[in-house]
Design a protein around this ligand. Sequence first.
Ligand code: NOJ
Length: 741
Amino acid sequence: MKRKITVGFLMLSFFAFSQQNTIDQKVNALLKKMTIEEKIGQLNQYTGDNQATGPITINPNKEAEIKQGLIGSMLNVLGTKYTRQYQELAMQSRLKIPLLFAQDVIHGYKTSFPIPLAEAASWDLAAMELSARVAATQAAASGIHWTFAPMVDIGRDPRWGRVMEGAGEDTYLGSRIAAARVKGIQGKLGDVNSVLACVKHFAAYGAAIGGRDYNSVDMSERMLWETYLPPFKSALDAGAATFMNSFNDLNGIPATGNKYLQRDILKGKWNFQGFVVSDWGSIGEMVAHGYVKDNKEAALSAITAGSDMDMESNAYRYNLAQLVKENKVSITLIDDAVRRILRKKFELGLFEDPYKYCNTEREQRELNNPEHRKIAREVAAKSIVLLKNENDLLPIAKSTKKIAFIGPMVKEHKANMGFWAVDLPEVDYNKEIVSQWEGLKNKVGKNAELLYAKGCEIDDNNKEGFAEAVATAMKADVVILSIGERWDMSGEAKSRSNIHLPGVQEELVKAIQATGKPVVVLINAGRPLVFNWTADSVPAILYTWWLGSEAGNAIADVLFGDYNPSAKLPMTFPRDEGQIPIYYNHFNTGRPAPNDTATHYVSAYIDLKNSPKFPFGFGLSYTQFEYSNLKLSQTKMKKNETIELAFQLKNTGKVAGEEVVQLYLRDKVGSVVRPVIELKDFQKIKLNPGETKTIRFSINKEKLSFYGKDLNWIAEPGDFDLMIGSSSTDIRLKTIFELIE
Ligand code: NOJ
């Protein structure tokens, strides 16, 4: 049996190898025929006329340039009708090199999925892979070859609007999610449903100073390698075809012109064979950074540093040929970039059939596939975090007769998609997106009376609607209040210095809570918000983020207990902006505060606690779980050994539920100081009421390693705390083991 598998594996590897070999031969043959202008054309990407995702420059010659082979790729062209039209122009060019169509398919295409940060809260890798697969299938059916996803930037600063696009603050969780998303997006390269992934933004964009978008990043080499780079590496190991560099400078060198990042690490040490695209205009923006004097120097810097494709800067298009003539850029460098791009076009099968992704019938079928909506509903339910549930107010009993549904989000449709949703011109989003009102109506049918009042807008100061809202609440048995951020308050260029609930919404919560009715608050947002009064006062809170097409149905599923919430926060929720950046895996310092009130010569604020409002990894369920009986195969391990651990997890409540069991470690003494706690593994376990399962994990050297002072991954002998938790602060089982020489 084993032998058969080995032979099969060898044959497959040989097949993959020889296929790559033939592709390389084809690429080389084509390259020989190309003029320098045609080569540079392949490195040039323009936006189309659909929704702009950056500061657009209209190019009236686009069509003529495609026919001349001067454009290799386009973004923001939506729908097979248009991709076909542009592809037909490319087929009139001398060498008939197909265009590559790219799009930001960040959380769904026509069927909108929860924003990536929300999905991350599910800690459900299979669900995230599936959601990415569905999004890619729809995008591919609509003519898209390449998506600018996944975004794998670590986000420790909720003021930064782009945390909504990532997987949160943790490197381990983020790395696992990065791999799942790449696999989901790409499926099997070459299949008609496969879309190239683009891992972004390389690198360290998430650490923008002050959480202000596009801002500089200054960080130690150790922090870069240990915290910010691993999700990129994980995405690469999962087969990611392309990378995008980023807007920020890193320690004074713009990422786009950063040779260390792109050439030395990515293409060098990591041996990345795909291509790197710049971010929108980021080559040209090196002038504003003050790193180069003009677009020509910018082109020289970017191509030398390893940026293969120029998105919307026009820097390569107008300068590279001259730079080659002046011997400042070698033709080998250009050839390498072109090769990388052509290879992907061959791998997708576009040379065999440039219209492979242009089948209108398939487009209609996939964009209206009911199975996709079903998946979107499941993933949305899995993303909702139960933050509070006093006296088991939730789930709402199905026998409840009068429910007041109040707040500015209740009857919204499109707003449930949040930022980075694909906006298809022909789609009526009032029909496409199930509003929260509709979801509730679908759920209760004629069994309950639903009452509505808006109360207020998301972010103005008008309280005129309060009286009606209060009167409506007074008539009901239970009140559900849906508030949060407007869809465009988190996202690119949406940094906020104040992340409290906007407008007068928290005052509305106070007014409704004062009625004495049981109140459930839903918070819709793209980032962790600050809502202390609400958190301390109302009995039940669900963090619903922005959930996409099936938002209303998924929320109703959770409210009524048809889905038992299982999500856990992928980011720490601060008490106040003054705590930011705040993250669970911090260092201890030499004067750690022993508790939240100590301030006397300890590392603390005199006007704010150190602890977060809600910790990383936190989320409740309608049931409870008991952890017991932790056993280790050994308490001392050598570097080449593995510790096997096991414990019992029991569902002690009355309903079935899922628990995310989290394995944390603390390296007690290190040659560089180590975090007080670090996530090293997790599993999501489903248990029926009363059911017990044995949960097993393995600990190997890799889990004990960190990026040491000699700038290498090392595991140092010594004691480790091992903690099994239901969150990063709710540790249920704890022991110690030792790594020995
Ligand atoms: C700029 C964003 O930073 C990037 O993530 C996106 O993919 C491009 N614009 C293209 O829309």
